[in-house]
Design a protein. Sequence first.
Length: 319
Amino acid sequence: MRYVALGLVLSLLSAAALVVLIDRSRGGPPPSAELLQGMERRLAALEQRLAAPARSSNDPRTIAEIATLTEETQSLVLDAERGLRRDLQGIYERLLARLDELSLRNNASAAEADPAARAKVHARLAELGITLRLDAGELELSGAFSETDRPLEFLAVAPGGRAYEALFLVDVAPAALKVAIEELGFTETDPDPETFRWAADTRGVFVYAHWEGEAHPCRVESLVWNRETDAPMQSTPWMFTASRFFTDNRTWERYFAADLYKNLIALSLTYAAEALLANPLDCASNENIFYPNKDRCPKSGTKARLILRKEPHPEWDKN
């Protein structure tokens, strides 16, 4: 009768694991050989210990073994549950991504076919703080200089974001800005999955800033100091990563990362996947080198406009 309860749990676990594996083989990606081998080893070790000769029920070692077996069995159950949740979440994410893709395609086709519908989209974007000038190939946002004396992780964040690590605080809804950038003609671009670097010819967004007292807008890179090179940040187009959607596998609620975290333009590679625009330069991998350029930046709180363009502006680039 020794360990009867644990033996029953173990047998149920084995049966449950078998059902899970069958279901997963039918509807989702199969478990890896490494995962299966690890599960087999752990189950075999438990079965061997359950089959060992019994000692006195009052022997402290027996009590300790029962506690250990209980913990190990619980760990197996939790690991199996986590693995199943990950697989289900992966399937769920792929299905939703496909639905999103189809929905966007249908909406885009409808908007192109109906100029009035597109005009309504642009009007709604204006209500949300975005001025679109498609003829000029640009959009404009209102905000202010946020942090001009501390290390920077972001070029810009929305209200509620980490303004203490951002050069600009911009009054815009991230999801609306995503739509506006797409209206300029940009599509989401992904870096190489291994190096997380973009190809040199990848099309990006050119970002300018303008504030009172300046004759023309300037490239935002000139406002960021790179302590590694002891010079302003190198000029670059910013990659449209478009942030990402993710699902909380505990509640199955769907979130748009940029709306949740309020990240608009990331300087650091750490936040590139969560932001709408990302720094593609190699220096983005070092999150400790970006600071406000004190020779160019006005004081914190100074009102400013950010202008995002399809192409660089030669006259502004001289500023």
